[in-house]
Design a protein around this ligand. Structure first.
Ligand code: SF4
Length: 206
């Protein structure tokens, strides 16, 4: 049997949440084949095992069906967004899509989860992610260092508030770049935040 690789597949960020159409699910089943394992991850991506030599063709087919395809494993996950129940405009759907395009699928020392909530109710549990974006009326707050695993769960701490949409992508991208450059081996993002300190991170994104 030939070498296999994993693809991370998700639907577009949209009002209503992570919604697949029946055609998209059928397409996933068709390209995967009958003997493939498809894993539902906790971060709203399907992991699909595919033959390495067919990876590009399969990715193209999935994207043609309106799906998004990213690397699995040690990379930033696609934005883990809420359901935008306050509407596309009220909850910042376009901003979330722009942010997702900028930050999803970047190789990182450990898998990195970035959450997004369209309002302070935060029903997507953003503060349990490595980096959290919360829309507050017309601006955005960013939290860092959420750690949901284990029995000592830690919620993210407020790094910067009142960000405009224009600054949002810059700040999140800067955090990811800095983590890539400065992490010690496979240091988890929450540990990295503790070591670097919030004060220094605030200066980095200022
Ligand atoms: S975070 Fe706010 S806008 Fe998003 S689904 Fe929850 S309540 Fe609705």
């Amino acid at each position: 049997m030939g070498e296999k690789t994993k693809l991370a597949v998700s639907p577009a960020i949209q009002v209503g949440g992570s919604l697949f159409t029946p055609d998209q699910l059928a397409k996933i089943g068709t390209v995967a084949g009958s003997d493939t394992k498809i894993e539902m991850t906790s971060f709203k991506q399907l992991y699909l095992e595919v033959p390495l030599d067919k990876r590009e063709a399969i990715q193209e087919e999935l994207e043609h069906a309106g799906l998004e395809v990213y690397p699995a494993g040690f990379a930033t996950k696609s934005l883990i967004a809420c359901n935008f129940c306050k509407g596309a405009e009220g909850a910042g759907l376009e901003t979330a899509r722009i942010l997702n395009r900028a930050i999803a699928g970047i190789a990182t020392p450990t898998p990195l989860k970035i959450g997004y909530a369209g309002c302070a109710l935060g029903t997507s549990e953003p503060l349990l992610k490595d980096i959290a974006v919360v829309k507050m009326r017309d601006t955005f707050d960013i939290y860092v260092g959420g750690e949901p695993k284990g029995i000592k769960t830690v919620t993210g701490r407020l790094l910067v508030s009142g960000l405009t949409e224009e600054r949002l992508v810059f700040v999140v991208s800067t955090l990811i770049d800095f983590y890539k450059q400065q992490a010690k081996g496979k240091e988890k993002f929450s540990k990295f935040v503790d070591r670097i300190t919030m004060e220094q991170l605030k200066q980095i994104v200022a």
